[in-house]
Design a protein around this ligand. Structure first.
Ligand code: T1G
Length: 698
């Protein structure tokens, strides 16, 4: 046997064990080992049945994603899967952890499946821009039905063992030791004279599928799958499972799998899979850096952000102290939180009892002395440096030694805030994204003096509250907002140039943003953006910069929250406002901004290349550790379609020479204030390299 797949016999039962840490991925040695082990099982006259089980923390979690861009080497997975199913003696899969993708396809090739109660099974390939290409799209509909199979494969969500049992995806839940239980199950099958059950032999009766089912399914998934390539291919595979004989539909599956593998969307989604895992690797803060214990959490400021931040801790069972300036503000803060939880109760995601339990975990106070023993204090008041420095000076006086003092600032200088204390080593930025209890992105901002254990503790705490934490350096706007400013700046200028806000937003939406720049500005609040502009002391010396935001917020048009901003709002529906077009025209005349016609391509270039160029500057300055960290920020924090891979990955797919050349085109029109290519962009464009290559070669 190989060192990743072993074969032994326990009485009449052959036990085939995969041991390929960390997740038993189906790399070539595992596939070869399985092929050999099942050949041996067939030859072993003393083995009346076999159990396929895995060592470590999980059953096979899928094909080895790191192999995807290399040539496929035999035996490839569909061959191994067919070999297992064709065994003439019963094979039982024993599942723990997460049997996903090729792992669950392997389990479905087995004739029976048992699992621990905590196990999960699923086919999440769609999240990688792929489909279950080792007969999964053919077996799952035969096993649990067409509709449920599509739901599993289009959502990418796993089924917990009880649901899988209910649907017939597994046959038995094993309590206690899995190996013992699985061997007992195999023995019981032998004594019942059970025969191999082959899913491939199940025929789906086309008459059982309602007319127009697949067209209706496509309509139903359209919104959630917009811009992605794989979901449609999955539907086609399942249609084939209904209309073609198994041998033919498996060939169809393979063709569609290969088109998914070759798609730019899948390459982008696979890039983000690894990027999401790379963010926790910090070169100068090793994994074994000691961390501080975080049990007592305090939040200063119970506004929208403070309330949302508090919910993150409560939702994982950590009590929180919420400190406000007066009772009215505290009551308002608590009612914001209660209101958020009441929405969850209304949607059936929370029980009334749990709501009350959560609220009981939030202890309101007006007195700093009450939070003196907190292990971490997160300040979440509005963006005013003087106020933040006053709060940190007070925290410095009252909080115990070793407490972490964090600011939720979205733009301001952490070093300046830290300088208001005698303990700059304990000060860090924790920039949550609104709505703080929902958005998974967290920018962790290290100050010049922030100690490594405070960084390590903050990264660990982020995992506890289920956030994707990206460590960034200190500059105005850090990474997320600093790159967002040029994006908004260009949208603002185009409005002055006579391009309608709704056209700009439609182009950005069609490109892959969850919402266009103008809709987002209205959502964030034009008053908030205007405040950021005024607090940004080193902002560009340009009267045009954010002009419409300034003028509209002066008129009290603050966006969605005031019923009017760049758009008028009928409820949450944004409606173009002729008054804004008039104002834009007047401001353009006053500022000497020419009215121009632009192509959709120009809108995309001006919105995204300006963002990308800022990203290149950020990389040069070391504010972001790697280009893929920036991609994670935009995929997780700004609703950029994952099939774009993030701004830096997108730039690589466009080609950095093309990005640079487009910038020079706009520099000729607008001058070099905004359109001077970053030196790194220039260097890579001239060398014909990508940001990804640059990162690997560092
Ligand atoms: N291949 C290679 N490496 C993988 C891997 C995989 N499938 N899954 C995880 N890793 C690495 C990961 O990069 C990390 O490495 C370490 O394992 C721990 O992962 C033909 C084509 C299983 C739920 O999509 O969802 O099968 O950073 O940090 O949070 O139809 O990993 O430590 O160096 O995520 O406990 C389908 C993907 C593949 C499952 C565990 N399968 N993985 O989560 O640990 S396509 C998937 C996960 C396929 C077939 C198709 C999660 C997990 P490092 P982790 P975790």
């Amino acid at each position: 046997m190989s060192d990743v797949v072993s074969y032994e016999r326990d009485g009449d039962i052959a036990v085939i064990t995969v041991d390929n840490p960390p997740v038993n991925a189906l790399s070539l040695p595992v596939r070869a080992g399985l092929a050999n082990a099942f050949a041996e099982f067939q030859q072993d006259a003393n083995a009346k049945a076999a159990v396929l089980i895995c060592a470590g923390r999980t059953f096979i979690a899928g094909a080895d994603i790191t192999e995807f861009d290399k040539p496929i080497e035999d035996p490839w997975l569909p061959t191994v899967v067919e070999q297992i199913e064709s065994c003439s003696k019963v094979v039982v899969a024993a599942i723990h952890g997460t049997a996903l993708g090729g792992g669950f396809e392997t389990a479905m090739a087995c004739h029976y499946r048992c699992a621990l109660p905590s196990a999960k099974v699923g086919l999440p390939e769609v999240l990688l821009g792929l489909l279950a290409g080792a007969t999964g799209t053919q077996r799952l509909p035969r096993l649990i039905g067409v509709k449920d199979a599509l739901d599993v494969m289009i959502s990418g969500k796993p089924m917990a063992a009880p649901l899988a049992l209910e649907r017939g995806a597994i046959d038995k839940i094993v309590d206690g030791d899995l190996r013992t239980g699985a061997i007992a199950y195999a023995n019981s099958l032998i004594s019942d004279n059970a025969q191999p059950r082959r899913i491939s032999e199940i025929v789906i009766n086309p008459a059982s599928i309602p007319d127009r089912f697949f067209d209706d399914y496509r309509k139903g998934m359209a919104r959630q799958t917009r811009g992605f390539f794989a979901p449609e291919q999955i539907v086609k595979c399942v249609e084939a499972a209904v209309t073609l004989p198994y041998a033919e539909s498996v060939k169809r599956e393979n063709e569609l799998f290969m088109t998914c593998m070759a798609s730019t969307e899948s390459k982008a989604q696979r890039h983000l899979f690894f990027a999401d895992r790379e963010i926790s690797k910090i070169p100068d803060v090793p994994k074994d850096t000691p961390t501080r214990s975080i049990e007592k959490v305090a939040i200063v400021g119970g506004g929208t952000m403070g309330g949302g931040i508090a919910m993150n801790f409560v939702n994982v069972g950590m009590p929180v102290q919420l400190k406000e300036i007066n009772q009215e503000a505290l009551d308002r803060g608590l009612s914001i939180i209660r209101g958020n939880y009441e929405v969850a109760v209304k949607n059936g995601r929370l029980s009334e009892a749990q709501l009350e339990k959560n609220m009981a975990m939030i202890d309101g106070t007006l007195d700093y002395a009450d939070i003196a023993e907190a292990d971490i204090v997160i300040e979440a008041v509005f963006e005013n440096m003087a106020l933040k420095k006053e709060i940190f000076a007070t925290l410095d006086q009252t909080c115990k030694a070793g407490a972490i003092l964090a600011s939720n600032t979205s733009t301001l200088d952490i070093d300046e805030i830290a300088a208001a204390t005698q303990r700059p080593q304990d000060v860090i930025g924790l920039h949550f994204f609104a709505p703080a209890n929902i958005m998974t992105l967290l920018e962790i901002v290290r100050g010049a003096k922030t100690s490594k254990d405070v960084i390590a503790t903050s990264m660990q705490m982020a995992k506890t509250i289920r956030k994707s934490a990206v460590l960034v350096g200190c500059c105005f706007g850090f990474v997320a907002n600093r790159m967002f400013f040029p994006y908004i700046r260009e949208a603002q200028l185009m409005i002055l140039e006579g391009i309608s806000p709704e056209r700009i937003d439609q182009v950005a939406f069609d490109w892959g943003m969850a919402m266009g720049p103008n809709g987002v500005s209205d959502l964030s609040g034009l008053d908030v953006l205007e405040k950021v502009r005024t607090e940004w002391t080193e902002r560009p010396d340009d009267p045009v910069f954010f002009r419409m935001i300034t003028k509209l917020s002066e008129q009290g048009r603050m966006g969605q929250k005031s019923g009017a901003g760049i758009y008028k709002y009928e409820g949450r529906k944004a409606v173009p406002d002729p008054e804004v077009a008039k104002l834009a025209k007047a401001e353009a005349e006053a500022l000497g901004v020419k009215q121009i016609e632009v192509s959709d391509e120009e809108i995309i270039e001006r919105l995204f290349y300006s963002m990308i160029n800022e990203g290149a500057l950020i990389l040069e300055e070391g504010i972001a550790l790697r280009p893929s960290d920036i991609d994670v920020v935009y995929a997780n924090g700004y609703g950029m379609g994952r099939y774009r891979g993030g701004p830096m990955w997108y730039a690589d797919t466009v080609g950095l020479k093309n990005v640079r050349d487009a910038m020079l085109k706009y520099r000729d029109r607008y001058g070099d204030l905004y359109w001077t290519p970053a030196p790194l962009l220039e260097e890579l464009a001239n060398a014909g390299k990508t940001f990804d290559q640059w990162n690997l070669e560092r």
